[in-house]
Design a protein around this ligand. Structure first.
Ligand code: PLP
Length: 464
């Protein structure tokens, strides 16, 4: 193979072109538009190491979004590769229907140890969508068993992202994901996005928070608590643009849920496993004890597709005390409790517990401080975030905060300039989102911010 390559002198660029052609002809990428479906290749990433990835031309780029908020411990970790290999050689798969494996039992115990309150029971899935889907189906099952089959409405929020399966996608708050796709509209009620930056201009943050809580309480009254099964919320809305809610908003929503016997499902697919400096952010960062937490991504740092949900003792006790011992939570996946995924997650947790959580907490503060300096640039309306997740939101005019008169490709333009300078971002229309691997150092943060400053300045030149 190598000899043939040498003979025919295949350059990395030739190889990339061949791969692009194969992809255009045969590979369906996620979220394709009808105009491009079946005719699209995306930028090739050849390898990764630490916080860096290398593209088809051999350029080394800082992996700004850590893949998709997931490569928390960084690329090319020997420990994870070894764990994966060793588990594949010991037991590559077993059916979770009739049997169980060692890594899944150990991992469930470790995760329960980190989860807040009485959240002690872990169900493993293949990723975030299936985790949210599992939690919603569990809520339906729970209410059916408890003899309240009408208690199924789900409260979600504009700007939310919870997945790409039917029920989880029905919770998503951006019109882009709903315009051309069928969703379970009858089951979901959307509330306002808790985005302090986009609050009414004359409103304080406290008044904004009051308004959101009042809206929530009104929705409960209007729909009737007896008809609402769950509220599902990301502690920090990730794909919606790293929306950090007003202080105290989440605990107040949690209290209303508890008073009205509405399950609080905290979607920690992004925020768990170190992104905010703790294994789970719900309690440690936001002071809430949900009934169910969903997780994925960082649980294996993206080295293996795995997700799951942690469910409280209280719900399990209620199910066991019901009169329906024969009722079945008829839900499970061939790859639930996958031994390789769980073995990788155990090693990943070792790394997080072995000092990386502390490091993430420390550099997270520095990361935000340094990024905030970009607010000096005219194009930047706000830099926001917490932990190692941040968003730069661009505006046409700082007074009105109006993003609409902007060139709508502004996020992509910044990303393109930054890529030329050595940084990969996640552009979202007029925003750029970042969530680098947690191993990032202060020096690397400086490098990242310098590139961003130059990339945004070049974009400002383009728009003149
Ligand atoms: N929930 C949240 C908060 C997410 O950000 C995502 C994906 O980005 C999902 C769920 C869906 O996860 P997955 O893409 O692994 O199915």
């Amino acid at each position: 193979m190598t000899a043939l390559k040498a003979q025919t002198a295949v350059s990395p660029t030739d190889e990339a072109e061949t791969l692009a052609k194969a992809a255009e002809r045969h590979l369906i990428q996620p979220w394709p538009s009808a105009g491009e479906i079946g005719d699209e290749a995306r930028g090739l990433i050849g390898s990764g190491d630490g916080i860096y990835v290398t593209d088809a031309e051999g350029n080394r780029l800082i992996d700004g979004p850590a893949g998709m908020w997931c490569v928390n411990v960084g690329h090319r970790r020997r420990e994870l590769a070894d764990a994966l290999h060793e588990q594949a050689m010991a037991l590559s798969y077993n059916s979770p229907w009739y049997t169980m494996n060692e890594p899944s039992a150990l991992l469930a115990e470790r995760i329960a140890g980190h989860a807040p309150g009485d959240l002690n029971h872990v169900f493993f899935t293949t990723g975030g969508s299936s985790a949210v889907e599992s939690a919603l189906r569990f809520m339906q099952f729970y209410n059916n068993v408890r003899g309240r089959p009408q208690k199924k409405t789900i409260l979600s929020r504009d700007g939310a992202y919870h997945g790409s399966t039917y029920l989880s996608a029905s919770l998503n708050g951006s019109s882009r994901g709903r315009d051309w796709m069928d969703i379970a509209d009858d089951l979901v009620v959307k509330l306002s996005c808790p985005d302090p930056f986009r609050r009414p201009l004359d409103m304080s943050i406290e008044e904004f928070s009051d308004m959101l809580v009042e809206e929530f309480a009104d929705a409960v009254k209007r729909i009737g608590a007896e008809n609402i099964g769950a509220f599902v919320g990301e502690p920090v809305m990730a794909s919606g643009g790293v929306i950090v809610p007003p202080p105290n908003y989440l605990p107040r929503i949690a209290a209303i849920c508890r008073e009205n016997d509405i399950l609080y499902i905290s979607d920690e697919v992004v925020t768990a496993f170190g992104r905010m400096g703790d294994v789970f952010a719900s309690k440690d960062v936001f002071g809430i004890e949900p009934d169910i937490i969903t997780f994925a991504k960082g649980v294996t740092s993206g080295y293996f597709p795995l997700g799951g949900m942690v469910v409280s003792d209280r719900l399990f006790a209620e199910l066991r005390q019901s009169n329906h011992a024969d009722a079945m939570y008829a839900h499970g996946l061939t790859y639930s409790s996958h031994p390789i995924g769980c073995a990788v997650a155990l090693k990943n947790l070792d790394i997080l517990e072995g000092g990386l959580l502390e490091h993430a907490r420390e550099v997270g503060v520095y990361f935000m401080e340094q990024l905030k300096t970009l607010e000096e640039l005219d194009l930047v309306g706000e830099v926001r975030g917490t932990g190692l997740m941040a968003c730069i939101e661009c505006v046409a005019d700082r007074e009105s905060k109006n993003p609409l008169t902007l060139d709508t490709e502004v996020g992509r333009r910044i990303d393109q300039h930054c890529q030329e300078l050595g940084l990969l971002l996640r552009p979202l229309i007029h925003m750029c989102v970042m969530s680098p691997p947690l191993i990032i150092t202060k020096e690397q943060i400086d490098e990242m911010v310098a590139i961003l400053r130059e990339g945004i300045s070049r974009t400002m030149e383009d728009l003149r």
